[in-house]
Each structure stands twice: as C-alpha cells, then as structure tokens.
Design a protein around this ligand. Structure first.
Ligand code: ZN
Length: 168
C-alpha cells in the first residue's frame, strides 16, 4: 500500500467518494485494516488516512483519536460512511500536513468540536463527540471523501485571521 502523492490535481483525490453499501462492508473493513497498518508504520507517522488516498473513491477513513500531540495512549479506528452531524461555532487554528501533499504544512482554522455518526468495523452505527486534535483529524479525513484538501482551507483561514486582526 502506498498513499497517492501526486499533489492537489489528482483526479481521485478530487472526486466525491461513494457510500459503502452493506454488501461491500466486508471488503472495505479489510481495506481499513490495511490502512491502519499503513499509517502506523514508523516511516509514515500518519494520524489519519482516507480511502481516496489509496486509490478508492469510497467513504472510508481511519483515524488516530489523539487528545493532543503528546498523547501516547490513543486508539486508531476505522469509520465507514462517516457523517459530521454538528460543528461547534468555536474554531481553532493548528498546523496540518497530509500524506498526499508531501512536505506541505500549513495553519488551518476549523471548528473546535464535532458530533459525528459512522459505522464501525463490526457494522454497528456509532455516534461520537470529539474535540481538539481528534476532531481536527476527522474533519481533515472527511474532507478527503469530498474531494477537499487541507490546502484549500488555507486561504479561508488567512481571511478569517485578517478579519479578527482588523482594527476598525
Ligand atoms: Zn490528508
């Protein structure tokens, strides 16, 4: 397995991914397990990965649920058909990178907390509230399912910061 690294114009990375149907579950749970193995490889040091990044336009992500960057006691889970139900009004700016945008890092402003629904690897529907870094990782990965890359959010962030800093 290898994450696509052809930059921001790659067609697969720019396509809206399809829902996983019940009869496809087994196949994509298997792929999810491979994706978890992939991000955990020390050379990749990933905290999340979305199926389009490995060439499949399907709504599957794997995420490490880190409280903060020093968290060493976290779990990495797969989410099928994830859907963010609510975003907080509070936002936070932090640095992001992406396995598909090698070397690129930027400050991105996102809602601080989210409520989300997904299907777990056993086929059970779950609802989860997340905040801080884990909420950021999930938002980054769900963006991938919608053909959005973090670099698209950078200009938005700069504009928001300027608005905040503007003295009238
Ligand atoms: Zn990414």
């Amino acid at each position: 397995m290898k994450a696509i690294e052809t930059g921001t114009y790659n067609v697969i990375l720019r396509t809206i991914s399809e829902e996983i149907k019940p009869q496809e579950m087994k196949h994509y749970v298997k792929l999810g397990k491979e994706m978890i193995k992939y991000i955990k490889e020390p050379k990749n040091k990933g905290v999340g990965l979305a199926a389009p990044q490995v060439g499949e336009n399907k709504r599957l992500i794997v995420v490490s649920l880190l409280r903060d960057r020093d968290d060493e006691n976290y779990s990495t889970v797969m989410m099928l058909n994830p859907e963010i139900l609510d975003f907080s009004k509070d936002t936070e700016t932090d640095t992001e990178g992406c396995l598909s945008v090698p070397g690129g890092k930027a400050e991105v402003c996102r809602p601080k907390s989210i409520r989300l629904k997904y299907i777990d690897e056993k086929g059970k529907e779950r609802i989860l509230m997340l905040d801080g870094l884990s909420a950021r990782i999930v938002q980054h990965e769900v963006d991938h399912l919608n053909g959005v890359l973090f670099v698209d959010r950078v200009n938005e962030t700069i504009l928001k910061q300027r608005k905040k800093e503007a003295v009238l």
